[in-house]
Design a protein around this ligand. Structure first.
Ligand code: TPP
Ligand code: SF4
Ligand code: MG
Length: 327
């Protein structure tokens, strides 16, 4: 896992494996995220794509934006199809009939396709230990079909199926913690990312590809259409999600947490909310309630990362002691 490619300005491949000309809305953060992720894919990749915005906008017959082998799956079976492709490649290799180069299977899906309808297939694939990368592009609702709430929609957000009004705050439940669910499967690599931090994101994709086993990446993808915001603040909103502590960036390598961007002095969540129509109805009391929860969750994460650092130090010290004894 140490041998991953590092992305930095001027080292980014110019080739677009997710070609322009697709039909995503203006300012779509999900299309930007897919484009950047593709920069870190190598040519020997099979993309397994759930139905959702990224499939619909990029594969309208007879056109496609995908300059990689690509399979469209049902909503619910993305990880199952990815498992099948990975297993088939393994068998072909054993029989000497497969491609000479190693081929990576990468499954991609939205938050609806991941945290709701595709969760069972994903859990099975992670548990069986398939060698594949799963990326969830999370725009926090079922956007492709008209902004319906998913279990990844944040508390208080208005969607067409969680409308805000006198009797409703909008989304009534807290956002499902998908990265924590992936971590609970005890897989080698889990991380969160956002295209507003492009180098962090590409490095994480490359690192996840280098893992021999299942890896899971959860990417916050700003959706101006569903979030009711202008298309020219996509990158700014992604940064605000991180700077407020609402969407912390971190990695979990073999169970050990590491913060990627530390924000000890967080901005108030209202800085993020006030730019989006989906939160326009929230009262001061609602915002305070959310602010407290964000702070609590962030502190829990930082604590886990501190424990990770401690155990890393302990491992180094015990290795040093063993070396001394054997010397
Ligand atoms: C079994 C099934 N139910 C519903 C649909 C309709 N459908 C297609 S895409 C979609 C929304 C996808 O949401 P998400 O996975 O979050 O991706 P996004 O479009 O937001 O990127 C829905 C409901 C379907 N294709 N299959
Ligand atoms: S609805 Fe949202 S995620 Fe879908 S293409 Fe438009 S901006 Fe992108
Ligand atoms: Mg979605």
């Amino acid at each position: 896992m140490e041998k991953y490619t590092v992305y930095a300005p001027r080292l980014i491949p110019k080739k677009e494996k997710f070609a322009p000309g697709h039909r995503a809305c203006i300012g779509c953060g999900e299309a930007l995220a897919v484009r950047l992720a593709c920069k870190a894919f190598n040519e020997n990749t099979v993309v397994v794509n759930a139905t959702g915005c990224m499939e619909i906008v990029a594969s309208q017959l007879p056109y496609t934006s995908w300059r990689l082998p690509w399979i469209h799956t049902l909503f619910e079976n993305t990880a199952a199809v990815a498992s099948g492709v990975e297993a088939a490649l393994k068998v072909m290799k054993r029989k000497g009939t497969g491609p000479k180069a190693a081929v990576k299977v990468i499954a991609i899906a939205g938050d609806g396709g991941t945290s709701d309808i595709g969760l069972q297939a994903l859990s099975g694939a992670l548990e069986r230990g398939h060698n594949f990368l799963y990326i969830c592009f999370d725009n926090e609702a079922y956007m492709n079909t008209g902004i319906q709430r998913s279990s990844a929609t944040p508390f208080g957000a208005a969607t067409t199926t969680s409308p805000a009004g006198k009797a409703s705050i909008g989304q009534f439940s807290w956002k499902k913690n998908m990265p924590a669910i992936a971590v609970a499967h005890d897989i080698p690599y889990v991380a969160t990312a956002c295209p507003s931090y492009p180098f962090d994101m590409m490095n994480k994709v490359a690192k996840a590809i280098a893992v021999n086993g299942p890896a899971y990446l959860h990417v916050l993808s700003v959706c101006p259409t569903g979030w009711r915001c202008p298309g020219d603040i996509t990158v700014r909103l992604g940064r605000l999600a991180v700077e407020t502590g609402i969407f912390p960036l971190y990695e979990v390598e073999n169970g050990e947490y590491k913060m990627s961007v530390e924000t000890p002095h967080q901005r108030p969540v209202q800085d993020y909310f006030k730019l989006q129509g989906r939160f326009r109805h929230l009262s001061e009391a609602d915002v305070i309630l959310i602010q407290e929860r964000v702070k609590r969750e962030y502190e829990k994460l930082v604590e886990k990362a501190k424990n990770g650092r401690k155990s890393e130090r302990a491992k180094t010290e015990s290795r040093a002691n063993t070396d001394q004894v054997s010397a």
